[in-house]
Design a protein around this ligand. Structure first.
Ligand SMILES: [Zn+2]
Length: 278
């Protein structure tokens, strides 16, 4: 119900959304770009009626268990890959933030200490949560997508080949500067080429002098196949084990290649054809 509201809620017309799309074989690929999530309720009269009409801020408060949101959340920055079978893969900040731990045991000690250091005057959050907003979000799949483990790897040589880029975009889903103590950012990039499409969803965390982490989901679809390859890679290192100071790590692209891999999984997402009507 609420996810439906997110698209059709009261404030739908209040945002100027910039949308672009492309058709790629059976896929309709589109993205929306819009503005930042307000930090307070924007339509109090409507939201207080509590009759299923809510502003973006109230939807986030209702759907999420974490007591704070990142400084910048772009609620309507959404990438969607819809398959003609009715199945779809999408990337949105609300589902990503649902994967942020809201339990006490999820908080790393070093990070909890850094939180206090970063906010000497701040009250400790009443409910424990992972204030780094670390998310293992791998995209949102509709129920009819079949997920299987696979040994098939993404052909990275193919990705390096120079082909004409038909469609490209880099969307920020959320970002927080951890009160000037680092960065926590989730972004998604899409590239459509004549023979394939490729998506990189990247969560990057740098807590200065504490740790650096990346959770990356890559999706690759070759034209005329009925599946998408999904590679999920977690990388992490403590600041003391890295040869460069964290303050020098301004660009995630420079840091991630040198981080050790902690976890890597490969899956095949199979786009099921709809059952023929009886
Ligand atoms: Zn509201």
């Amino acid at each position: 119900m609420l996810s439906n509201l997110q698209e059709n809620g009261v404030d739908a017309g209040r945002y100027t959304t910039n949308s672009q799309s492309i058709q790629f074989g059976p896929w309709h690929i589109s993205y929306d770009v819009s503005c930042i999530l307000p930090s307070v309720c924007s339509t109090k009269v409507v939201c207080e009626r509590d009759d299923d009409q809510f502003c973006q801020f109230c939807i986030y408060c209702k759907e999420l268990k974490i007591p704070h949101f990142p400084d910048m959340v772009f609620p309507k920055n959404v990438l969607k890959l819809a398959h003609e079978s009715g199945s779809a893969i999408s990337f949105n900040p609300l589902d990503a933030l649902k994967c942020v731990a809201s339990t006490a045991d999820a908080i790393e000690v070093s990070c909890a200490e850094a939180w206090q250091e970063a906010r000497p005057n701040a009250e400790k959050p009443k409910r424990p949560f992972d204030w780094t907003f670390s998310t293992n979000y791998k995209g949102t799949l509709t129920d009819n997508v079949v997920v299987e483990a696979t040994n098939e790897a993404i052909n990275f040589e193919l990705l390096k080949q120079k082909e004409q880029i038909l469609f490209y975009h880099d969307l920020t889903l959320f970002e927080d500067e951890l009160h000037d103590h680092g960065v926590s950012k989730l972004s998604v990039k899409i590239r459509v080429m004549p023979s394939y499409w490729y998506v990189l969803l990247r969560y990057f965390l740098r807590v200065d002098d504490v740790l650096v982490r990346s959770n990356e989901t890559r999706m690759f679809h070759m034209l005329n196949t009925d599946y998408v390859l999904r590679e999920y890679t977690v990388k992490e290192a403590e600041a003391k084990d890295l040869s460069i100071p964290t303050s020098m790590m301004k660009d995630a692209d420079d840091v991630i290649p040198i981080l050790p891999v902690v976890q890597k999984t490969m899956h095949k997402l199979i786009m099921k054809q709809p059952e023929p009507l009886a």
